[in-house]
Design a protein around this ligand. Structure first.
Ligand SMILES: Nc1ncnc2c1ncn2[C@@H]1O[C@H](COP(=O)(O)OP(=O)(O)OP(=O)(O)O)[C@@H](O)[C@H]1O
Ligand SMILES: [Mg+2]
Length: 331
């Protein structure tokens, strides 16, 4: 069953200009943060969005949660078009879709006790208060491994480690029993030694609570551990999409191959194609013509500069946007 459908989604942010620039030019420039992205997330799956900084991962997540309005495109949640949802209906939808941020310290109010922060959504959505709220918070703290719960209930964020704070943020996200969670780089600011424990917890909660995740990460190794399927983004576009197994064993887009080249492989004697990423990511204000990756692609041909490659299915459920996808292979 399909939980989320993203159809040709776009988000253009107007560029703030200085006074002089505004006087000299009336043209408004836009950052094309997300530029025509389409994909689906199935119920109970972990779908990862992967790509370098600035490629539009967070913007895509915020658009799906309706935290910002799209410039164009459609969002379907459980078969219902939510693109233009407003007011009370949007508020009710929010209960079903939660977010876990990168920085658990910034996302928890430093003056609010953990118990109050975790229980806050219960109040907002009118689910429980008083003693009932407290027992639900205790139960949720246990679920995320903050035990004994009475110890954490009265603690302040600064008294917790980074890993414990992220557990509290996870507790706050799951307490209202949502179906869908966007986790935006949830482990990248946590001490390396604690990361795998948090990933394990997220996986365990996913199966226990039947959750669907959009998991955002710049790290392919993390996505290898957690995902069922992976979407690779470059400069606001989806360039490759498929089952984790396909992405790792048969990547076809040169950008994916380049990202994979940076991930250590278990058996270094296995030879595979290696691409080193050269140069900077071009500006999303004036992205390159044709294939946006052509300025950094070692396999570039003339057509790549002029014709935008469409995302096409190369093998079953494996999609690639590259003119040379049929011939490129790492094996
Ligand atoms: N509110 C905003 N106003 C203007 N530009 C924005 C805004 N939010 C994001 N951008 C721009 O949109 C592009 C995509 O940003 P986004 O945060 O979605 O990328 P990301 O893939 O999440 O990057 P990172 O890995 O650094 O978190 C970037 O060029 C960013 O500067
Ligand atoms: Mg981001």
């Amino acid at each position: 069953m399909i939980q989320v459908q993203v159809k040709d989604l776009k988000k253009y942010f107007p560029v703030q200009k200085g006074l002089l620039e505004r006087i000299l030019s009336r043209k408004v420039d836009y950052v094309k943060a997300v530029d025509g992205v389409s994909f689906e997330i199935r119920k109970r799956e972990i779908f990862s969005l992967v790509g370098e900084s600035g490629c539009g991962k967070t913007t895509t997540g915020r658009l799906i949660l309706r935290l910002i309005d799209p410039t164009d495109g459609r969002l379907i949640f459980k078969g219902r078009d939510i693109t233009f949802l407003k007011g009370e209906e949007l508020r009710r939808l929010r209960k079903n879709m939660q977010i876990i941020f990168q920085d658990p310290y910034a996302s928890l109010n430093p003056r609010m006790r953990i118990g109050d922060a975790v229980g806050h959504p219960l109040e907002i959505h009118g689910i429980a208060e008083g003693g009932e709220k407290k027992s639900m918070v205790f139960e949720t703290l246990r679920k995320v491994g903050l035990e004994p719960p009475e110890k954490f209930y009265n603690a302040y964020p600064h008294e917790l480690s980074g890993g414990q704070r992220q557990r509290a943020a996870i507790a706050r996200a799951i307490i209202v029993n949502p179906e869908f969670i966007v986790a935006d780089e949830p482990i990248s600011m946590i001490d390396v030694s604690l990361r795998s424990k948090i990933l394990e917890l997220m996986k365990q909660l996913q199966s226990e609570l039947d959750l669907t995740y959009l998991f955002i990460t710049h790290d392919l190794a993390v996505s290898k551990y957690i995902s069922d399927r992976i979407g690779i983004m470059y400069l606001g576009e989806m360039v490759e999409l498929g089952l984790k197994k396909e992405i790792f064993s048969d990547p076809r887009h040169p950008y994916t191959i380049a990202l994979l080249s940076a991930v250590p492989i278990p058996n270094p004697r296995v030879k595979r194609k290696h691409i080193e990423l050269k140069g900077e990511v071009p500006s999303p204000i004036n992205p390159p013509s044709g294939c946006r990756f052509h300025t950094r692609c070692p396999f570039k041909e003339e057509t790549c500069e002029t014709e935008k490659p469409r995302l096409i299915e190369v093998t079953e459920n494996h999609y690639v946007a590259c003119h040379k996808a049929q011939t490129l292979s790492i094996n």
